[in-house]
Write a protein that binds this ligand. Structure first.
Ligand code: NAD
Length: 256
């Protein structure tokens, strides 16, 4: 259903971004995957996805912590019908101990990059009269947890930016929505497990069950394929009037 469309997914050489990029390729879109690295493995990943789904897939290096590189990513892609602002990092610490450079990096990558990429992508979408901006927020864009000040602030900011983008583009064929995942077992979550094991004096399985999935009533992780399916749905005609809102894919987290 996405033949002829170009989709750019920021932060997509792993995890949710990669899952979404693969779903777009499966739906026939030409896809740009991205991260801040420029390794042979990044380019090989693009080649592999292209081969698997028979569509064009390119890897474009750009550091989403830098405004000019965000804007350059959109320019280098040459086209952008679908923009997924997905790049994100995490750091866990109490506010008095929260390193300033971690705060700045999280705000830059998780929030400001979405602004810069959207700003660069909208003019072409306006010319074409069609566009989709999908921001990957989080259950933490709607609720909070202690020790995640920068992440929660950035993700609430992403939800606000989503609403403003939707209002400015309403009636122009361009929609903007945020997907709010609960826990998905990707590298960003894997990295939190050892700290949580120490903090709670639990083993890996106990942390997963009693700490992480304690917030997720389904008791199950969401998957990157489910994020991909939701993103493709948001690009389908059924979603033409869905704009300025959040779609939670969180096993019931935000219903609690
Ligand atoms: P991940 O660590 O697997 O992926 C993060 C991606 O961002 C990677 O591809 C990484 O290379 C990229 N990235 C990091 N810094 C970058 C930079 N400076 N420039 C360009 N790319 C950069 O984690 P993930 O779980 O796939 O996270 C993807 C998004 O989903 C994030 O915004 C995250 O906050 C959000 N999210 C994840 C979960 C979860 O449980 N995994 C839940 C809610 C929201």
């Amino acid at each position: 259903i996405l033949k002829g469309k170009t989709a750019i997914v920021t932060g997509s050489n792993s995890g949710i971004g990669l899952g979404i990029a693969r779903s777009f390729a499966e739906a026939g879109a030409s896809v740009v995957i991205n991260s801040f690295t420029d390794d042979a493995a990044d380019h090989e990943l693009a080649t592999e996805i292209a081969k698997e789904f028979g569509t064009e897939v390119r890897y474009i290096q750009a550091d989403m912590s830098k405004a000019d590189q965000c804007r350059a990513l959109i320019e280098k892609a040459g086209a952008c019908d679908i923009l997924v602002n997905n790049a994100g990092i995490q750091h866990v610490a109490a506010i008095p101990d929260f390193p300033v450079e971690k705060w700045d990096a999280i705000i830059a990558i998780n929030l400001s990059s979405a602004f810069h990429c959207t700003a660069a992508a909208l003019p072409e979408m306006q010319k074409k009269g069609w566009g989709r901006v999908i921001n990957i927020a989080s259950a933490h864009g709607l609720t909070a947890s202690p020790f995640k000040s920068a992440y929660v602030a950035a993700k609430h900011g992403v939800v606000g930016l989503t609403k403003v983008t939707a209002l400015e583009e309403a009636g122009k064929g361009i929609t903007c929505n945020a997907i709010c995942p609960g826990y998905v077992l990707t590298p960003i979550v894997e990295k939190q497990i050892p700290d949580q094991m120490k903090t709670h004096h639990m083993d890996r399985e106990e942390v997963i069950k009693n700490v992480m999935l304690a917030r997720q009533p389904s008791g199950e992780f969401a998957t990157v394929e489910q994020m991909g399916g939701t993103a493709v749905f948001l690009c389908s005609p059924a979603a033409d009037q869905i704009t300025g809102t959040t779609i939670s894919v969180d096993g019931g987290w935000t219903a609690l």
